[in-house]
Every structure is written in C-alpha cells, then in structure tokens.
Design a protein around this ligand. Structure first.
Ligand code: SF4
Ligand code: SF4
Ligand code: SF4
Length: 281
C-alpha cells in the first residue's frame, strides 16, 4: 500500500478547525448508484453558479479528464489538498472510480485520496482501494437497525438481486460494518456520515455514533436531512435537534459539525463555498 499518512489533523471534513483551511476537489466520475435512498435526488446539469448539494454536479467527467483538473487544483490550492470522489452516485458502483484513482495515483504519487460511499461494495473493493492508496474514507450509515434502515433505503442491488425492506437494510449494514473494520485495519482514516431524518432516525443517531466508534471510525458527521426525493415533504431537523444530537454523540467519538453537504463536483475550501443549503426549521 502507498503510505500517505492519513491524519485527522489536516482534512477539511474530519476536523472542524481545518474546515476553512484545506481545500478539496470532488471528481464527478461516478454516475451510477447501487442503492436507493428515499431522500436522494441526483441531478446532472446543475450549473456551478447554482446551489448544489450531494448528488448534483454540472456534468459527469471522464476519468481521463480528471488529470488536468487535479493538476490545476493542486497548483492553486497546494499539495496538502484532498482529491475526493463523492458521486453523484456511489463511487464503488462505478469502474470509472477505480480508473480515475489509478490515473491520479500514477500522475500524482503523493495525492491524498478520499472517498464517500454508502459502503455496500466496500468489502469487495477493499483490496483495490488499498493498492490505490486511499487514505480517507467516509461511509454513510443512517441506521444500525434494519427496521429503521428499511424506512430510509427503498432497495439495494446485490449482484443481480434487488432486495427491499429489512433484508436490504440488514445486508447494507453488514457490508458497511465489515468494510469499515477492514478499512480501519488497513490504516485508513474513517468517518461515518449519518443523515438525520426527524421522526425516522433522529433518536437513533447516537446509537449509530456508538456503533461507528466500536468499528474504529474516528469521526462522526451527522448531517441534517435536505428534504428532497421521496422525502421532499418532510421537515429538516431544527438547529436545537442537531445540537442535542451533537452532544449525545460526542461521548463516543469526535463529532464534525461543519459539513456543508457539498455537491459532487465541489472544489476549493469547503467553509468558503458560496452556495450552502440553508435550513428553514
Ligand atoms: Fe443517492 Fe447516495 Fe443514496 Fe445512492 S447512496 S441513492 S447516490 S444518496
Ligand atoms: Fe472526502 Fe467525502 Fe469530504 Fe469529499 S466530502 S473530501 S470525498 S470526506
Ligand atoms: Fe466536507 Fe463538503 Fe464533504 Fe461535508 S460534504 S464533509 S463539508 S466536503
């Protein structure tokens, strides 16, 4: 494995103090997804000047195009910056992700590679990710009980089978847990993201944080629901609800509170992005 010494100290999404100091680029090469979250509303064609959010980007990039993008980015923001893949689908459901990482690794041997995934394909991808020198990994876990997970994820694709309900949620959790343990054992710095959905999982989030800590994750990032997709009519969590969640999770592991829920082609300093989702609650 290529050693890129992952450290919490110098990543903008793992440490609130670094959020305004270190840049990241998201390479939007991963179009497809292998699960369906009820809150998801992926959109390609969102202009850079428009307000974006996870799952949105201006266009899907070809792996070969990313080299010039990363070159310009690192020249502008410096070599501590993070090169990430975060969608707009799931990175591990797209061969383009691995193709891109291999190209980047060859051209920029010291690049600090990062990824956000739903974790379904994590165990099967771990060997490749290690060989490509992935340093930072974020896995979105919205529930650690199948009954709750089934209310958040409509289905998952497991090879040629499409699973629904609690069967789908149970398999997703199993892969997430195994994948995180493997990543931690491999020396990756792991963060767990959770989408906080009032009346579905908001009371359950501290249990997700406790599980994340047990698996070896170092950071927990509870993100307020952006009402969209099939959850467009639901309320986002209020600020007091988020504050309560932060304090209930913090005994287990470091809680990241600065997430701006960036688009899949974001670049620059996260804390200085001009377009941010604003809660109304
Ligand atoms: Fe959308 Fe991400 Fe869920 Fe896939 S894992 S359905 S891209 S939110
Ligand atoms: Fe890495 Fe995810 Fe942050 Fe992007 S959003 S820099 S992929 S942790
Ligand atoms: Fe950082 Fe943006 Fe990712 Fe949140 S979505 S963890 S702010 S890059």
């Amino acid at each position: 494995m290529i050693s890129t010494s992952p450290s919490l100290i110098d990543h903008p999404c793992m440490n609130d103090r670094m959020h305004h100091c270190i840049a990241r680029i998201h390479l939007p090469v991963a179009h497809r997804c292998n699960i369906r979250c009820f809150y998801c509303e992926r959109r390609v064609g969102i202009l850079p000047a428009e307000r974006g959010r996870p799952g949105t980007c201006e266009r899907i990039m070809e792996p070969s195009e990313t080299i010039d993008q990363v070159l310009g980015f690192l020249d502008t923001w410096g070599h501590r910056s993070i090169v990430g893949i975060a969608g707009p689908g799931d990175p591990l459901a797209n061969n383009e992700t691995f193709e891109t990482m291999a190209l980047i690794r060859r051209r920029f041997p010291n690049a600090r590679l990062c990824m956000c995934t739903n974790g379904l394909n994590l165990p099967d991808s771990m060997e490749k990710l290690k060989q490509l020198g992935l340093s930072f990994l974020s896995v979105t876990i919205n529930a650690v009980e199948a009954l709750i997970g089934a209310k958040i994820h409509e289905w998952i694709d497991n090879g040629s089978d499409r699973l629904h309900g609690e069967d789908a949620a149970a398999l997703l959790m199993d892969r997430q847990f195994t994948g995180i343990e493997m990543a931690v054992q491999s020396g990756m710095m792991v963060k767990v993201n959770s989408v906080v959905i009032p009346d579905i999982n908001h009371d359950h989030i501290p249990e997700v944080a406790r599980t994340a800590a047990r698996l070896g994750a170092k950071v927990f990032n509870p993100m307020p629901l952006i009402p969209s997709g099939a959850f467009a009519d639901r309320n986002a969590p209020t600020m007091p609800m988020m504050k309560t969640i932060h304090s209930k999770c913090s005994p287990y592991l470091s809680v990241f509170k600065s997430c701006k829920q960036c688009r899949a082609d974001a670049r620059g300093i996260p804390g200085k992005d001009p377009y941010k989702w604003k809660r109304t609650g």
